[in-house]
Design a protein around this ligand. Structure first.
Ligand code: NAG
Length: 627
């Protein structure tokens, strides 16, 4: 975001983007593929938590055979629902058999009892088992003749293939493609090939068609990484590649993640999945690029006033864009928080604070020069640290101390009717975070659903990008800014990478301590819905690590050019908005025929891949959307 000679094309591209968004909104919005409900045949019970009425994936078939002289009832729950009551599924008559279609995303707990509705104390037997997709099982419930006890036996009837095979195949295809590209590149590099092509006068054709496209910004600097270059920073390819990498995962996840919801989808409540990683990374990367653009602007003699104007303008554009993408227009129900809105606020706060604390000259400290030299990325910015840590402290205080009517103070759970005593926590979803959104924005203007709805059966809306979480996302941006300062203040690759790794360990250890290295049991569990402190520290730890790796491979040793993520990262706003707006239309999405993981994964990978191709095209024609 450093280039300035593109303002006119920027304006044009924003207009283009906005009009395409408005156009699609006017069309009446995309029609989501809704599967028609399947009426249960007699003797078939369904417990499908990540997919409704679609039994072509993530479903196991369990036949419960009642060998008792009494009617029995089946209760069921997924282990993903932490400390949840079992749900009554149905009953089985004397000497009869019923089919249970159960979700295989997580282990399932099933209980057989003699009375109809839980809770009950007439439990016959129970089991917790991770059933396999397309597995056939029979659960025989019998009584032991001699004693008064019960004899329950689960028999596996078939051995279905691993549900992850499509993922392995996809990874294999990508590995093959990467290998092929490397081989072709090596071949083109070798002198023998050059001589051969020269002979036929073809070399120019090949190198212009197949060679890496010349990058106007960083090509000239490729050899100067190791050189101290305080006054001439270059565009970091690794940062663009990392941004693109996050964005590609984000698009894939938003497009449906091949139906692998437990693995690629967002966490139900506590926990960390692949989908949970990308948004905080994105915010963190934005923090890194704040320093890049700042020093570029300051170098060009842009005044702080002008920069402040730029910051505010950019924040407003991002916020507005976010509201429109979230489906804006209707004033009684439009959603105020959102991904771009969160990015806008975090950017506004962190960039403004940084603007007023950024140094032009080196300050003297009454400590030895050597210590100062090593810690100048911290010492020069101690006031910034105090401000940012107070945002973090405010988040913790509000989360744990704000009284929420009808709910325990400091409650961090998902609420809903299944947890707590007699549904006393029913409306407590998200504790203070949710309450703040409810009071300030009202439930009409936040995300109407929320990830715990399916499994915890919550009824109150919960916005994963709510107001309280903005405080932690500001801190997350600031941690990215720290990485940017390291890039700016330390010129040698070794100094930079060591610092990234120290931050990686530091944030990782603190996060681990806060969540007790467990999913549910720590003081502050890792939670994407709340943007808990441990959540941002965990993801920041990974971000420091990944940037260190990307930087080492791409910018220091030139072992990889960052292709294809690099192109996506150069045009993140265009690709993000485009993918959000067009995601439900062909060719990015179509109505699945077989609805298997293989088909869904292929569809989502193609949809995501198209955006990589589109961003490559935009790169070749020098079309960059900047806000
Ligand atoms: C939760 O809210 C609903 C709807 O406003 C209300 O009917 C219910 O009683 C509330 N539950 C509790 C435990 O307060």
């Amino acid at each position: 975001m450093t280039d300035e000679n593109m303002t006119s094309s920027n304006a044009k591209s924003i207009v283009l983007l906005l009009s395409s968004i408005l156009f699609s909104t006017l069309l009446g919005g995309p029609s989501h593929a809704v599967s028609s409900p399947v009426t249960n045949e007699e003797g078939v019970y369904q417990f499908l938590v990540t997919h409704e009425n679609v039994i072509s994936h993530d479903t196991a078939f369990i036949y419960v055979s009642n060998g008792l002289e009494e009617k029995i009832s089946i209760s069921i729950q997924t282990t993903e629902c932490y400390k949840c009551k079992l749900i009554f599924l149905g009953s089985v008559n004397v000497r009869e058999l019923v089919e249970v279609q159960a979700d295989t995303s997580w282990p399932i707990t099933m209980e057989i009892s003699l009375k109809d509705e839980p809770p009950n104390n007439a439990t016959v037997c129970s089991l917790t088992h991770h059933f396999k997709q397309n597995g056939n099982y029979t659960w025989y419930i019998n009584s032991k003749k001699s004693t008064d006890t019960f004899d329950c036996k689960l028999v596996t009837m078939n051995n279905p293939p691993d549900a992850f095979i499509p993922i392995y195949v996809t990874l294999g295809i990508f590995a093959g493609m990467a290998l092929f590209c490397i081989l072709v590149k090596q071949l083109l590099k070798s002198t023998a090939t050059h001589r051969f092509l020269n002979y036929f006068g073809m070399e120019r054709v090949v190198s212009s068609d197949l060679g890496t496209p010349a990058n106007p910004v960083s090509e000239a600097d490729s050899n100067s990484i190791q050189r101290p270059s305080r006054d001439k920073p270059k565009r970091l390819k690794s940062l663009d590649a990392f941004r693109g990498f996050s964005l590609v995962i984000m698009i894939f996840v938003n497009y449906g993640n091949g139906g692998y919801k437990a693995f690629f989808g967002h966490s139900t409540w506590n926990g960390l999945t692949v989908a949970d990683l990308v948004f905080p990374w994105f915010i963190w990367i934005m923090g890194v690029s704040i320093t890049m653009s700042f020093y570029a602007l300051l170098r060009h003699g842009v005044s702080r006033r002008e920069m402040m104007y730029k910051i505010v303008r950019r924040s407003i554009i991002l916020f507005g864009l976010g509201i429109i993408i979230d489906g804006g227009i209707d004033f009684s129900t439009f959603r105020v928080p959102g991904v771009l809105q969160r990015i806008a606020i975090s950017y506004l706060v962190v960039a403004t604070v940084h603007l007023f604390s950024v140094k032009h000259k080196v300050e003297e400290y009454r400590i030895t020069r050597a210590v100062y030299r090593e810690l100048r990325d911290l010492l020069d910015y101690w006031h910034e640290w105090i401000i940012m840590l107070s945002f973090l402290a405010l988040h913790v205080c509000l989360t744990f101390l704000l009284p929420v009517p009808g709910c325990p103070t400091g409650y961090l759970g998902p609420g809903g009717p299944l947890v707590g005593e007699n549904g006393s926590l029913e409306n407590c979803t998200g504790g203070a975070a949710n309450y703040i959104d409810k009071v300030i924005l009202t439930y009409n203007h936040i995300y109407p659903r929320g990830t715990p709805r399916r499994i915890y059966k919550t009824t109150v809306p919960h916005d994963p990008e709510g107001i309280l979480g903005t405080l932690t996302s500001i801190f997350m941006t600031f941690l990215g800014l720290q990485a940017g300062k390291i890039f700016h203040l330390f010129s040698f690759a070794r100094d930079r990478i060591i610092r990234f790794l120290i931050w990686c360990v530091l944030t990782g250890v603190i996060a681990g301590g806060l969540c007790g290295f467990s999913k549910e049991e720590g003081i502050i569990p890792v939670n994407k819905n709340l943007w808990s402190v441990s959540f941002i520290l965990t993801t920041a730890s990974m971000a420091f690590f990944l940037l260190a790796i990307f930087y080492y491979l791409i910018d220091v040793h030139h072992l990889w050019t960052g292709v294809p993520f690099y192109f996506v990262g150069m045009n993140s706003i265009a690709v993000y908005c485009g993918s959000e707006v067009l995601g439900d239309y062909f060719p990015f999405c179509w109505k699945p025929v077989y609805n298997t993981h293989a088909e869904l994964l292929a569809m989502n990978v193609i949809g995501t891949g198209l955006w990589v191709v589109i961003s490559y095209y935009m790169y070749t024609i020098n079309f960059f959307v900047k806000v």
